[in-house]
Ligand binder design. Structure first.
Ligand code: ADP
Ligand code: ZN
Length: 285
């Protein structure tokens, strides 16, 4: 009997099964197309295995309030055909096992807190900077949620005075995600983000925005570890730039831990959300 993990991204889905120690036993990945076609791939994979529970970590916004009539739905996503989709219902109709449902970044935060960069700590913040920007937090060993899940990518930050870019968030224009996500970098300069040299001004802007965001999260939540993942953070030089910028912005107002070990990449790498989904699955039993 295995744990099942469904990591649902706007670009691709990753499905995996894991053993009792949360080791990945088998994994498949496929592009996120229509819900119908994508779920067919999900079911074709899991139908091969005996599952004891499933954890779903999905792109959002999603409804994670069990008391809500649309619990388990992807709600207002701008992604075509995926708005108002009953994700949890579709999986429940197929598998009669306990199923947990949360955001992809919450799953990654959980994985990193239990077995990754924040192992042994009771709190952490996980931020992904990729196609979108999203964050999840573990506080006192529990995923932070209230009336809904956090939406840490859409906070308001100060644009750099020399950054005239209007931003690409369809809702807010120049919110954090609108200015610093991979597609925002690409819309600003007309080239793929991974093609820009390390000395390009783009990284000064991006590092400033991520540092501002991290400053806000740190001041509000005081996490014991800040983990930055996602495609854009593959630019390793950004870590030093963000650490330096954050120190400057904080201006010694609060004493921060050693920034080199405080603001770090995910230790579980691309497995963070998958392992977190196994843990979520276990917690449902
Ligand atoms: P997703 O957010 O869809 O799960 P990723 O986290 O890989 O996927 O993010 C994809 C985004 O990250 C794209 O906009 C891409 O241009 C950007 N990206 C991927 N690799 C790099 C890189 N090495 N440097 C800068 N940006 C990158
Ligand atoms: Zn926004």
């Amino acid at each position: 009997m295995y744990y099942g993990s469904i990591e649902a991204g706007g670009t691709k889905f990753v499905c995996a099964i894991g053993d009792a120690d949360f080791n990945v036993v088998e994994r498949v990945s496929f592009p996120t197309t229509t819900p119908e076609e994508t779920f067919a791939h999900v079911f074709a994979f899991f139908d091969q295995y005996a599952l004891k529970a499933i954890g779903i970590g999905s792109f959002g916004p999603i409804d994670i309030n069990p008391a809500s009539s649309t619990y388990g739905y992807i709600t207002t996503t701008p992604k075509p055909q995926w708005g108002n989709v009953d994700f949890l219902g579709a999986v429940k109709a197929r598998y009669e096992v306990p199923i947990g449902f949360t955001t992809d970044v919450n799953a990654a935060a959980l994985g990193e807190q239990r077995l990754g960069a924040a192992k042994g700590l009771s709190s952490c913040l996980y931020l992904t900077v990729g196609t979108g920007i999203g964050g999840g937090a573990v506080v006192n060993g529990q995923l932070l949620s209230g009336y809904s899940h956090p939406e840490m990518g859409h906070i308001i930050i100060h644009p750099h005075p020399e950054d005239g870019f209007a931003g690409i968030c369809p809702y807010h224009g120049n919110c954090f995600e609108g200015l610093a996500s991979g597609p925002a970098i690409e819309a600003r300069y007309g080239v793929k983000a991974d093609q820009l040299s390390e000395s390009h001004t783009a990284w000064d802007f991006v590092a400033l925005y991520i540092a501002q965001a991290v400053m806000n999260y740190v001041l509000i939540l005081s996490p014991e570890k800040v983990i930055l993942g996602g495609g854009v953070m593959k630019q390793e030089h950004l870590f030093y730039m963000i650490q330096t910028e954050l120190a400057e912005l904080m201006a010694d107002y609060v004493a921060l831990p050693d920034l080199e070990t405080y603001i770090v990449p995910p230790k579980l790498g691309d497995d963070a959300a998958t392992i977190g989904c196994f843990m979520l699955a276990e917690s449902m039993i």
